[in-house]
Design a protein around this ligand. Structure first.
Ligand SMILES: Cc1cc2nc3c(=O)[nH]c(=O)nc-3n(C[C@H](O)[C@H](O)[C@H](O)COP(=O)(O)O)c2cc1C
Length: 291
């Protein structure tokens, strides 16, 4: 008999605790990966207006991860709700909509647009607040200042019945203060972590390999950092659902995140290495689960 990996989160039954991380699963992935096998698909962060993103190069490979600075390229909330999201609603899997605003009011505006839209809400498991995108000027403030993390989460909670996940940045001194602020504001879960601020240079030119000079490191290099953050938040907040993210490449990595207190995980950069890695990790996890 196949091992049941289902979990309950936000009062809903997820087929597995494996989700794909925001921004790492667009384009043709829905054609090459059986999305029906995933716990949830977290879509690319959407903003109020369409964004072209940052100048290239936007992504560079390093020894054990990539640095990206995409700059939140997306079609904007109107086009997202009328067009883009329908591709994913066709699948038998939960969708988590990621939103990114420039102010608490913009986050609330986006959440209200989603709440008031005619899309089938039963498929939307949660709205994830990208409080931590390090690539957009000022964006970092939401997850580096606890009062802003609080007011942003609260302003979203006030306008939607959809569960809210506050996604935090690792580029902070004390994650617990920020996680607590989000939970106090009503966050239904915390996801940890977004990318780690980083840089890659070509010594021959002395120039950055990233168009916007600095970007965000993801992939295996950041797994130990992510584990530490999940551990610290779990110690401080025993009850809050935590979604662990950062450098997950296989089922053993998933179990490491569960060991430190995650309830579910998201897989990002690994999707670039192997398009359907999430399905393989799910199969491996079924085999490892009993152990
Ligand atoms: C190319 C790329 C684009 C990303 N875009 C977003 C985004 O739009 N919103 C967001 O919250 N996180 C974004 N992220 C961060 C990932 O969702 C994830 O938090 C991070 O990459 C760490 O996980 P990983 O090591 O498994 O990739 C992006 C990451 C990459 C590599």
């Amino acid at each position: 008999m196949s091992q049941d990996l289902s979990i309950r989160l936000f009062g809903k039954a997820f087929k597995t605790p494996i989700m794909v991380a925001s921004g790492t699963f667009g384009g043709i992935y829905d054609k090459v990966v059986d999305l029906n096998q995933l716990g949830a698909v977290v879509l690319k962060s959407v903003t109020v207006n369409p964004r072209k993103g940052n100048p290239p190069p936007r992504i560079v490979e390093t020894a054990s991860g990539t640095i990206n600075s995409i700059g939140l390229e997306n079609p904007g909330i109107e086009s997202f709700l009328s067009d883009e999201i329908h591709r994913y609603l066709a699948f038998d899997t939960f969708i988590i909509i990621s939103i990114a605003g420039k102010s608490p009011e913009e986050f609330a505006f986006l959440a209200k647009k989603i709440q008031d839209s005619d899309i089938d809400k039963s498929k939307i498991a949660a709205i994830e607040l990208n409080l931590s995108c390090p690539n957009v000027a000022g964006g970092l403030d939401f997850s580096t200042k606890s009062d802003l993390a609080f007011s942003t989460t609260k302003s979203v909670k006030e306008v939607t019945k959809i569960p809210v996940i506050s996604k935090l940045s690792p580029n902070v001194t004390d994650i617990v203060v920020l996680a607590k602020a989000c939970v106090d504001a009503g966050a239904d879960a915390i996801s940890l972590i977004n990318t780690v601020k980083a840089m890659a240079v070509d010594w021959k030119t002395g120039k950055s390999l990233i168009g916007s000079q600095v970007g965000g490191l993801s992939g295996p290099a950041i797994k130990p950092i992510a584990l530490r953050f999940v551990y610290e938040v779990r110690q401080a907040l025993p009850a809050v659902p935590i979604i662990g993210i950062g450098g997950i490449m296989n089922a053993h990595d998933v179990l490491e995140f569960f060991s430190v207190g995650a309830n579910a995980v998201q897989i990002g950069t690994a999707n670039f290495v192997e398009a359907d890695i999430t399905v393989r990790i799910t199969d491996d996890l079924r085999r490892l689960w009993r152990r």
